[in-house]
Design a protein around this ligand. Sequence first.
Ligand code: ZN
Length: 425
Amino acid sequence: MKVRALISVFLLLIFSCTQVIDNKTVKRESFLLPTEEEITLGNKLLPEAITQFEGVYPDKNVQEYVKNLGIEIAKTVPRKLPYEFVLVNSEELNAFALPGGKIIITRGLFLLLDKESELAGILAHELGHVNARHHARYLEKTLGLSLLLQIGALLIGGEDLTERIIIQLASIGATLLALKFSRDQEREADKFGVYFTLNAGFDPHGLIDVFYKFKKLERKAPPEWLSTHPLPDTRIKEVDRLIKSVKLPDNLKKDSIEFHKVKEKLLATKLSYKAYMEGKKFYKKGLEDKALQKFEEAIKLYPDNQIAMAYASSIYLEKGFVKKALNYARKVTELDPYLLWGWYLKGIALFKLENYHESIKALKEAKKRVESYSGIYYYLGRNYEAIGNIKKAIENYRLAFKLATGKEPWYEDLRRRLYKNKVIF
Ligand SMILES: [Zn+2]
């Protein structure tokens, strides 16, 4: 019975290999990773990437602007996907795409730009990677059929993923978030980028202008973007040559008032993020009081600075001011639907207040954001143990143990609890 079920899943996947007609060459291609699964994987990874890059910039008008510009370009591209464009809080100079058409740009990079066509160029380049299926091709090459099948199980399996898939997804996610493209792939994304910007009516020189900015910074403080997107001089020349080879219409969009309004908004919160960054430095050194002071300063300067609030919440938890921690954590979840920390910290605070059922609810929300974060399972375990559901407690402790690095503050306690319950691996 079991074998048969497995075989039918296998056949289903083989037959569902997508056939896509490239509308330029009318060439038929079969994909091992069907588009639907690529989209699911991208959806799974989006909150994780956003959490890694310090949350969504909390101003709705800013997000709306980036989204609208991205969609305007995406309307002209061959792959029809549920594209999403998100500006994140990180100070890094970076932009990247996830499988399935999720595109992320950092606040730091936006602040480096001087006109709309530069932003259009970056988004179009990232759309180029997605349309050339660079992530999907990487997965097809490195994962092999058995793991691709398991990703497929994400779709079939619905809510509860098995332990093994959670662990494997964690490593796939980490790899994809640090994925380096080859020079040929960059060249391909540049080429697509130029065509996409042109088709959407933007001046394609925007991308070259950004390249020159990166080049200028390279010696002093190399932009993070360069670490995943190699940028030799030949690449700039090639893009230049490509643009020169097409006849450009005269009415190409170079800039907009909206771009500058958004940039002004970002400039207005710069000091708040500076205080946040200083706070983070203190926090890393273990100087909690100084860190907290900086985080509070950041919140005072920009009351929606949810990432500063998340850090402050975590320090309040450590200091035993649980209600204060809970207030901030709640606010973080309201300001940022993706960021793991709001839900996670809310879960811990509620656990400490012995509100176990609400804590479990919050931690399950945290799980939807970053499925592979070990602490979620430790605290789920603690809650289940507190309400007497030992079976579920052990299940969660086991997973926490498998996902843990050993450096977590609760790690020794976890081991003790597993030992106490005679769990053998
Ligand atoms: Zn690239």
